[in-house]
Design a protein around this ligand. Structure first.
Ligand code: CA
Length: 388
C-alpha cells in the first residue's frame, strides 16, 4: 500500500456573531482538514490546529514540505513516517506550525490504519477504558459589548449550558483583574453552587494579576484556572500552583514529547491539556499522555475545530487509562464548543450529534464505532466552504 497524495482543505465561514478571547476578536471560523489518498482507494482524514491565516501557512507545509517526503511510503508505517518527517523538519521548527501540519497528516494515517484493520482508532490504541465520556461545554466568549452587558450575558449563558446537560462549563477571562472577577462571580451565580466551572485566561496575565484572579476563583470554588500566564512562563505556573487551591490547567500551546517533558518537570500543571491536532498527532499524543501519567498529572484534552478533531478526541478519551484508577476514578472530559460551529455540526454525512447525546444521557458522549475515526466527511460541504 502506498500514499499517493496528501491534500489540505482549508474551510471558512462567517460567524453569525463576533467572538473573542483575551488575545483577539474574530468574525470567521476556519478549519484545516488533511486528506491522505492511497493506491488502494483507502482515504484517511486528519485535522491541523490553527485558525485563520495560520491554516493557510500550515497547508503550505502539509502540501509543499511533508507531502513530497511521504508520497510513495506505506501509510501503515505511521510511526516510521512520523519520525522521518520530524527528523527532516527538526532544524526548521520543533514546535508550532510544522508540528501542527504533521499532526493532521498523522491523524489521517491512523484513520487509514483503522480502515485497513477494520478497527476503530480506540481499538488500535488498546481498547475502551470507558464506554461514554463526560462532556463539558465552553462558551461565555468575550464580545465587543459593554462590561455590564457581558456580565449579565455570562450569567445567563452559564445557566443555559448547565441546562443543556453538560457536566461542567468554561468561561473566558481577559478584561483585566477587576472585571474578570465580576465575570467569574456572574458565572458562579448562573450555574449555582453544585456545578463545576472553569475559567480560561488564554495567557493574558502577569503572575501577580493571575494570583489576584486565582484567589477570587478559589473563593468561587472554580474547578480549574486555564492558561493563567504565558506558556513559556513555567516558573509562573509553578508559583500559581503552589499558591492556589484551584487546579492550574494548561499545555494547549506545548508540542511533542520534549516540550511536554520540560513542562511537566517544572511541576506547574495540575491538569494537562494536550492538543492532538497541534502537538504531533495521535502518535505523539500517546507519548505525551504517557509522560503526563508518569508525572501523575491528569489529562483533559484541549479540543478545538471540526468534527474530525472532535471524533479524534472521543477515541483518545475512550482509550485513556484512569489515573490512578479505582472504583470511582477521576474521569477526563471532552471539551465542547457551545458557540456556532458548522464545521463540527455540518461536516459529516452522519453528524456526531454531541448535543443530542448529552441531552439523552445526562452529559455523556460516545466514540464513533466505525473503522478508523469512524466518520465520513461530506465532500459537497467541503467544496462549498473551501477557500483554498
Ligand atoms: Ca484554552
Amino acid at each position: 500500500m502506498k500514499i499517493t497524495s496528501v491534500k489540505s482543505h482549508v474551510l471558512r465561514y462567517a460567524l453569525p456573531e463576533t467572538l473573542g478571547y483575551s488575545q483577539q476578536f474574530y468574525t470567521h471560523r476556519t478549519a484545516h482538514l488533511v486528506e491522505v489518498q492511497t493506491d488502494e482507494g483507502v482515504v484517511g482524514w486528519g485535522e491541523c490546529f490553527g485558525p485563520g491565516p495560520v491554516a493557510l501557512a500550515n497547508k503550505a507545509i502539509v502540501e509543499g514540505v511533508i507531502a513530497p517526503i511521504i508520497e510513495g511510503d506505506n501509510p501503515l508505517n505511521k510511526d516510521v513516517i512520523w519520525h522521518k518527517v520530524y527528523n527532516l523538519l527538526r532544524d526548521h521548527g520543533q514546535k508550532g506550525m510544522p508540528l501542527q501540519a504533521l499532526s493532521g497528516v498523522d491523524i489521517a494515517l491512523w484513520d487509514i490504519v483503522g480502515k485497513v484493520a477494520n478497527l476503530p482508532v480506540y481499538a488500535l490504541l488498546g481498547g475502551k477504558h470507558r464506554d461514554r465520556i463526560e462532556v463539558y461545554g465552553y462558551g461565555m466568549m468575550l464580545r465587543p459589548e459593554p462590561v455590564v452587558e457581558m456580565i449579565a450575558r455570562f450569567r445567563d449563558e452559564a445557566a443555559s449550558i448547565r441546562d443543556a446537560g453538560f457536566v461542567a462549563t468554561k468561561m473566558k477571562l481577559g478584561l483585566g483583574v477587576k472585571d474578570d472577577i465580576k465575570l467569574a462571580t456572574a458565572v458562579r451565580e448562573g450555574v449555582g453552587d453544585d456545578y463545576r466551572f472553569m475559567a480560561d485566561a488564554n495567557h493574558c496575565y502577569t503572575t501577580s494579576d493571575a494570583l489576584a484572579v486565582g484567589r477570587a476563583l478559589d473563593e468561587l470554588d472554580a474547578y480549574w484556572f486555564e492558561e493563567p500566564v504565558a506558556p513559556e512562563d513555567h516558573d509562573g505556573y509553578r508559583e500559581l500552583r503552589s499558591s492556589l487551591k484551584t487546579n492550574i490547567a494548561g499545555g494547549e500551546a506545548e508540542f511533542n514529547r520534549w516540550g511536554w517533558r520540560t513542562l511537566l518537570e517544572s511541576r506547574g500543571l495540575g491538569i494537562a491539556q494536550p492538543e492532538v491536532c497541534a502537538l504531533g498527532g495521535i502518535s505523539e499524543y500517546q507519548r505525551v499522555l504517557a509522560l503526563c501519567h508518569a508525572h501523575f498529572t491528569p489529562v483533559v484534552n484541549h479540543v478545538w475545530g471540526s468534527a474530525v478533531a472532535v471524533a479524534t478526541n472521543l477515541h483518545l478519551l475512550a482509550a485513556m487509562p484512569a489515573l490512578p484508577g479505582g472504583l470511582h476514578p477521576w474521569e477526563p472530559m471532552l471539551e465542547f464548543d457551545t458557540t456556532h460551529n458548522d464545521f463540527r455540526d455540518g461536516l459529516l454525512k452522519q453528524p456526531l450529534d454531541i448535543q443530542g447525546q448529552i441531552k439523552a444521557s445526562g452529559g455523556y458522549a460516545c466514540a464513533p464505532e466505525g473503522p478508523g475515526l469512524g466518520i465520513e466527511p461530506d465532500r459537497d460541504f467541503i467544496a462549498h466552504h473551501t477557500i483554498h
